[in-house]
Design a protein around this ligand. Structure first.
Ligand SMILES: [Zn+2]
Length: 74
């Protein structure tokens, strides 16, 4: 897994175009990318529902109750 912009394999987050992996410096390299990063982050966070967890790993926000195997229909 590498950054979709610069190809590095550093601190990646899935907030690039259509969820592509980007490194922090590329994600913040321009106002447009920074806005896109913020937009993708909030969209993925919202998709997690009311209870979301961010643990600092590269997977981004995910449903906190996911590991319990409970499926909530929306
Ligand atoms: Zn990069």
């Amino acid at each position: 897994m590498v950054c979709c912009y610069c190809g590095c394999a550093g601190d990646l987050r899935p907030y690039g175009p259509r969820g592509a992996m980007v490194c922090f410096s590329c994600a913040m390299s321009s106002p447009e990318r920074e806005a896109q990063t913020a937009q993708n982050f909030s969209a993925q966070l919202a998709a997690c529902g009311d209870v979301a967890a961010i643990d600092g790993s590269h997977v981004g926000p995910y449903p906190a109750e996911h590991h319990k195997g409970t499926a909530h229909e929306h």
